[in-house]
Design a protein. Structure first.
Length: 249
């Protein structure tokens, strides 16, 4: 039994390492694909009357089926990987048991190793308990803990997101009732990007809009028209520069 433990532990650990690397990503993918389904169910329940009034039932149904198919593909891949892991562990356990039994009988018949049949039966029983039950259960549970911690990982990712700037500022309380007077908008060297790893959507843009004037923004697709509007309404925070209304940032 002791001779069989080192190779048994080695192969179980190698098998677990391969399994965890795959199922961890599949579990993460399954969680990402599941969130839009819950969001769409909530939106559909709240807007049921509007959906029916505009005859958009077929549209929402097709979207839900597409989201459900995407989630099912990820979940099925996760289940298939789990079955692959369980099958390999069972094959490894039974191969080890069969090899140990054959060698024990062969050694006894050849006279290379003599042992009491009762002791041999007890050793094989212990090996069956370890290789067929204990080790597979420990390996499966350790892998399942890693997979289930993906949900905790996603919660921690959301919790570690940097907070947005406050809606109100202390300086806003010091503004008098006469502000804004002319409502002129001045943009100075404003740079904006959607994510830290993405290139700048607005690169050091400067202009001034006098109060009471009407301005049209013209440009090709992707030139930054929508980004400029989002920056003016502070839906996006400027990376550098300032946007002032009557001199107030």
């Amino acid at each position: 039994v002791l001779v069989a433990l080192p190779p048994l532990m080695y192969y179980f650990i190698r098998l677990r390492s391969t399994f965890v690397k795959t199922t961890r990503e599949l579990k993460r993918l399954e969680g990402i694909a599941r969130s839009p389904i819950f969001a769409m169910i909530g939106e559909s329940l709240h807007g049921m009357s509007t959906i029916r009034a505009n005859e958009c039932t077929a549209y929402f149904k097709s979207n839900f089926e597409a989201m459900h198919d995407a989630h099912t593909r990820a979940y099925f891949a996760f289940v298939a990987a789990s079955r692959w892991f369980a099958t390999r562990m069972d094959i490894l356990s039974f191969t080890l048991m069969a090899t140990a039994s054959i060698l024990a009988v062969l050694f006894h018949e050849q006279g290379w190793f003599t042992v009491n049949p009762t002791v041999l039966g007890l050793a094989l029983t212990i090996l069956l308990q370890i290789a067929g039950t204990n080790f597979p259960w420990i390996v499966r549970q350790s892998a399942e803990i890693v997979n289930q911690m993906i949900s905790v990982e996603r919660i921690l990712e959301f919790g570690s997101l940097p907070p947005e700037a406050p809606l109100d500022h202390n300086d806003d309380k010091n503004l008098g009732s006469e502000w804004p007077s002319s409502s002129s908008i001045e943009v100075q060297e404003v740079s904006v990007r959607y994510r830290p790893t993405l290139p700048l959507a607005l690169n050091r843009v400067s202009f001034c809009i006098p109060g009471g004037t009407r301005v049209g923004v013209v440009g090709r697709t992707g030139s930054g028209k929508s980004t400029l509007v989002e920056t003016l309404f502070r839906l996006l925070e400027a990376e550098e520069g300032s946007v002032t209304i009557d001199g107030v940032d």
